[in-house]
Design a binder for this molecule. Structure first.
Ligand SMILES: C[S@@+](CC[C@H](N)C(=O)[O-])C[C@H]1O[C@@H](n2cnc3c(N)ncnc32)[C@H](O)[C@@H]1O
Length: 254
């Protein structure tokens, strides 16, 4: 039985020795580095041993939500790029769901080191490389499916990034991002400049209509807004006192 997704964990078809469990746990701790983990995921073996990465992004419950908004349940035979892969959870899902090949790229080397550890624990064949989606060279891809979750608002040059993704995608890009929730602002984008939600790497938050136009202008034929996967409580503020926005999903067809 290959590696599987269960409601609570990724399950590997192996029985780990106590030494392996101790090694995985010490590597998870070591690869925290100074920034910690983002992806929180539990991996179990056939004997019921488990290891857990201690992130703030509850991967499996969030995956269940994204599936309701069109995240593919089947990747059979697809070539997949997971751009901004972080610790590689969505790359792993694509592989477990039958992808022919998966490449995960992230800007930060420490994320790539975490992703490689998760890959090794899961015994999956996935390529993880450090790279910048805003400045990808030639010779990559193309890919049937691109997974682009949680990245758009971190970009200073989103049109350059989207043009790169359009060049690399042959079928579908699954896009999830912080998006403006007020429908009166749907055609606009908000440039943050300073901190948003305690994160200095947040630059742009887009209205759904604005982002759809950007996606088409970059080279996709159709942008289908699937709705908000998460919305803030009425009047909710970020710690900086800014209006908290929602998380929207868009299917971008080539
Ligand atoms: C909020 S995390 C989302 C991670 C993952 N895609 C997910 O949905 O859980 C954003 C990730 O995008 C990466 N990132 C930001 N800008 C990037 C860029 N220009 N090229 C590649 N990765 C980037 C960050 O390093 C980080 O790992």
């Amino acid at each position: 039985m290959p590696t599987m997704l269960t409601p609570d964990a990724l399950a590997v078809d192996a029985v780990w020795s106590p030494e392996q469990v101790a090694y995985f746990q010490s590597e998870i701790e070591r690869r925290k580095g100074s920034v910690g983990w983002y992806h929180e995921v539990t991996v179990t073996d056939r004997a019921g041993h488990s290891v857990r990465t201690p992130g703030i992004h509850a991967c499996l419950p969030i995956l269940a939500v994204l599936e309701r908004f069109g995240f593919p349940r089947d990747f059979t035979g697809k070539t997949v790029l997971d751009i901004g892969c972080n610790a590689g959870f969505y790359s792993s899902v694509a592989k477990v769901r039958g992808a022919r090949s998966v490449l995960g790229i992230d800007y930060f080397q420490h994320s790539i080191e975490q992703a490689r550890l998760l890959r090794d624990i899961l015994q999956l064949d996935i390529d993880f490389r450090q790279g910048d989606g805003e400045a990808l060279g030639e010779g990559l891809g193309p890919f049937d499916v691109v997974i682009n979750t949680g990245v758009m608002y971190h970009l200073q040059n989103p049109m350059q990034f989207l043009s790169n993704m359009a060049r690399l995608t042959t079928e579908l890009m699954f896009l999830e991002s912080e998006m403006l929730v007020d429908s009166r602002h749907s055609e606009y984008a908000w440039f943050i400049e300073h901190e948003y939600n305690r994160d200095l790497s947040n630059w742009w938050i887009y209205g759904p209509e604005c982002l759809g136009r950007m996606v088409r202008a970059a080279g996709f034929s159709r942008a289908e807004f699937k709705g908000f996967a998460w919305t803030p409580a009425r009047g909710e503020k970020t710690p900086e006192g800014l209006d908290r926005q929602g998380r929207g999903v868009m299917l971008c067809w080539k």
